[in-house]
Ligand binder design. Structure first.
Ligand SMILES: [Mg+2]
Length: 245
């Protein structure tokens, strides 16, 4: 066993198979005690929604919690990293985004708890996803620095282009002082692509969404493992594949 930084998505990556999660939690607890392994969760959920999940599922306390698709970073005790918010705010204009999205009746706002300082989130049916290029063009024409992330054929997140899961990973990797070849990112859907673009090691779950699998095949890398196993068992498979367990 060696020291490594594990950065994992939650829904359908870490969470989804309770038995496999219990086994992984046990292994990670040993690794953290013996080897100083660090654990980071990176989720599309808000802090509120994360807390709801952690009341339903047994999750280890992470060293760092990245929420809202990389736009917020929390340390133990729910301490928000203000400097991350500040450095991610340049070029972002939330009011302009909200005004533009109101022109598209296909966009159904997600609950208020998921609307964040640097993120605006909607539900969008797959059959209405054809509006995305037009929406993106309107945002660009307003000169707003934003990125659109469409995941699982239902979730549309519009966020500051400086804050996504990948940029948050790069930031935290430096804070915790881990090299890319000692960092392993795990995910299952479109909003995890930014994680895998960071050129660390990566594991894609066997149950991944088609948008991520397609991206993986177009962007092949020996540093990324497409697991056969699902959810936490896929993470275990990946950690073994890279020799960390
Ligand atoms: Mg997921």
């Amino acid at each position: 066993m060696t020291q490594f930084l594990l950065v994992t998505d939650l829904d359908n990556t870490l969470v989804g198979d309770d038995r496999a999660l219990a086994i992984l939690n046990q292994r990670l607890t040993q690794c953290r005690q013996v080897n100083g392994v660090k654990l980071v969760y990176s989720t599309g959920r808000s802090l509120t929604s994360y807390q709801q999940l952690s009341s339903e599922v047994t999750l280890l306390e992470p060293d760092v919690l990245i929420t809202a698709v990389g736009t917020e970073i929390y340390y133990p005790g729910n301490i928000l990293d203000q400097s991350w918010i500040e450095q991610s705010s340049a070029g972002w204009n939330r009011d302009a985004i909200v005004a533009i999205t109101q022109q598209f009746p296909q966009l159904v706002p997600q609950p208020k708890s998921e609307q964040r300082t640097l993120k605006v989130s909607f539900l969008l049916n797959a059959e209405d996803a054809h509006i995305l290029p037009e929406l993106e063009a309107k945002i660009k024409n307003q000169g707003v620095d934003a990125q659109l992330i469409y995941s699982s054929n239902q979730d549309l997140d519009i966020l500051s282009s400086r804050a996504n899961k990948g940029n948050a990973l790069a930031y935290i990797r430096q804070v915790l002082n881990f090299e890319p070849d000692r960092t392993i990112a795990c995910g299952d859907s479109g909003n995890d692509i930014a994680l895998f673009e960071q050129k660390t090691l990566g594991v894609i779950m066997g149950n991944a969404q088609p948008e991520l699998v397609q991206w993986h095949h177009k962007n092949q890398s020996d540093d990324r493992h497409l697991a056969k196993a699902h959810c936490a068992a896929g993470i275990l498979e990946g950690l073994q594949h890279f020799g960390f367990l």
